[in-house]
Ligand binder design. Structure first.
Ligand code: G3P
Length: 213
């Protein structure tokens, strides 16, 4: 399973990349807004740091506008994606079909939307599991349905699990066979650190001092 980092904070991206934990990056307008920086500057810097897929959302609602924005975002490495928001699904599907490059990522909330996106040829679909959990739905159940549908019909579209809130989401995604998890920096760090691991190490080091040398 690949790990993307879900942030527009370049310092976080650099730190996680140094740990070997970043196969790609996902951003969205909310994440970029938090940086207080210009959108184009943020995306350009991320592209200079990470040699992998980078997702940046277009904000147009019509096909021509989406394509025009996507062209401005084009990265010479072609390791960048446009991210038509789910609410513009019909136009986004058209973008997937007609775009000459295929690095689209579709945030979605229903397995049937994932079926449509795959039929349109999307490279990634992004079920937002945390946001589903927030409204008392089961986000990971949607992931399970999508993985099953894609296996049934041998779609190449990758399942990119997004809106991850805790390590349990990642564990379930891995068990279900999702292709990618895009993970906030804080949750990535939770994967590395466990209080029992820290406590166990501290005890061993303390006891080692009691061992005659
Ligand atoms: O990649 C999608 C993600 O940024 C949304 O996460 O926590 O705002 O639902 P969240």
């Amino acid at each position: 399973m690949k790990f993307f980092i879900d942030t527009a904070d370049v310092n976080e991206i650099r730190e996680a990349a140094a740990l070997g934990l970043v196969d790609g990056v996902t951003t969205n307008p909310s994440l970029v807004a938090r940086t207080g920086r210009k959108f184009a500057d943020v995306i350009a810097e991320i592209c200079s740091v990470i040699d992998g897929p980078i997702s940046a959302e277009v904000v147009s609602t019509d096909f021509d506008g989406m394509v025009a924005e996507a062209k401005k975002l084009e990265d010479p490495r072609e390791h960048r994606g446009e991210d038509p928001p789910h609410r513009r699904g019909a136009q986004g599907g058209e973008l997937v079909r007609r775009s000459r490059h295929r690095h689209q990522r579709h945030p979605l909330l229903l397995a049937l939307q994932a079926l449509l996106a795959a039929k349109a040829g999307a490279d990634y679909i992004s079920p937002f599991v945390g946001r589903l959990d927030d409204i008392a739905h089961d986000g990971m159940e949607v992931v399970s349905q999508i993985v099953e549908i894609y296996e049934n019909y041998n779609f190449d579209t990758e399942v990119l699990v997004a809106s991850i809130r805790h390590p349990g989401h990642i564990l379930e995604a891995a068990r279900m066979g999702a292709d990618v998890c895009t993970v906030p920096y804080s949750v990535l760090m939770q994967l590395i650190r466990h209080p029992l691991t820290d406590a166990g190490l501290a005890k061993f080091l303390a006891d080692w001092k009691k061992v005659p040398q």
